[in-house]
Design a protein. Sequence first.
Length: 95
Amino acid sequence: MNKSIIKTAFISSKKGREKELRESLREVAHKTRAEKGCIQFEIHENMDKPGEFILWEHFVDKQALDDHLNKSYTKKYFETNSFEATSVINMAILK
């Protein structure tokens, strides 16, 4: 069984905080991609609705995800409170 962790997150910024969220996500993405356990970390913004984002996250295992969530920059992102709604879906690669 594949132990990698794949998540898709849907995030919307709070009104008037789109730029702040965008910059915060860019910073987290840049640093996350350098993490040893990160396979993929992509952020996409809805061009028809600026401030709506989809994150694709893929880590080698649960420990790598836990390590990511405990990084200071990840905690800082969550503390900004610049987003209203998040929905996270656990994914698997079909073989």
